[in-house]
Ligand binder design. Structure first.
Ligand code: 13P
Length: 252
């Protein structure tokens, strides 16, 4: 049985007090969804500690949105994986399309970040996905394959057992345009095949999340697909009710 996961990527939203309120709201409503669904919130670095405090005693987990490629040292403005782990984070989102696109993250950088994440006992949520031109040219399979081969294929079998993948088509992020459940299933199944070509049967255990304009009204249909194990949620994660409502998609 693969883990079911609903993870909230808050991106660069919320001030600390707002983040704490949001986290408290998620904790308060969490009981409305079965324990079989794992909820994770990923606030900005600045309020990880305060949100960790707000989550204490609950079964809502904490993640960060990024980490440095180096362990420590003279890297002004960077945040090390060890620092994130020390604050109680269990997860780190890596390779989000916004980081690839706006901050020039390459597979080379992401390989180093992966190393840091595992060295500190964290679980990466590794994002892949094509942009609109790539989808329209029919290159989405090749793009996802390459993003996986260049990074995930460098993991050991042990590390692979502790990995979450998020498929996020760039054209669906923040656009209100969701991939259809069929499109999601098609590429999730393909991603699992690519993973299996390297890691064999262990690929059947790897959670693959869908991300891109996921909301309470479309979650159930998407999550019903065999190879979709949950969602990585942007905009709708900023309202506790919507975020939990997406988790309810598993119970529909
Ligand atoms: P939206 O849910 O706002 O489309 O964002 C998805 C996303 O990028 C999550 O990482």
């Amino acid at each position: 049985m693969r883990k079911k996961i609903v993870a909230g990527n808050w991106k660069m939203n919320t001030l600390p007090a707002e983040g704490v309120e949001l986290a408290k709201g998620v904790v308060a409503m969490r009981g409305e969804v079965c324990d079989c669904v794992n909820f994770i919130v990923c606030p900005p670095f600045t309020h990880l500690a305060q949100v960790a405090e707000a989550l204490k005693g609950s079964n809502v987990e904490l993640g960060a949105q990024n980490c440095a490629a180096e362990a420590k040292g003279a890297y002004t403005g960077e945040v090390a994986a060890s620092m994130i782990a020390a604050l109680g984070c269990k997860y780190v989102i890596l390779g989000h399309s916004e980081r690839r696109q706006y901050y020039g993250e390459t597979s080379e950088t992401l390989n180093k970040k992966m190393e840091q994440v595992y060295a500190n006992g964290l679980t990466p949520i590794y994002c892949v996905g094509e942009n609109l031109d790539e989808r329209e040219a029919g290159n989405h399979f090749a793009v996802c394959k390459q993003q996986i081969e260049e990074v995930v294929f460098n993991l050991t079998e042990e590390q692979f057992k502790n990995l979450v993948i998020a498929y996020e088509p760039v054209w669906a992020i923040g656009t209100g345009k969701t991939a259809t459940a069929e499109q999601a299933q098609e590429i999730h199944a393909y991603i699992r095949e690519v993973l299996a070509s390297k890691f064999g049967a262990a690929a059947a255990e790897c959670p693959i999340l869908y991300g891109g304009s996921c909301k309470p009204s479309n979650a159930a249909e998407i999550f019903a697909k065999e190879d979709v194990d949950g969602g990585l949620i942007g905009g709708a994660a900023l309202k506790a009710e919507d975020f939990i409502g997406i988790g309810k998609g598993f119970m529909a």
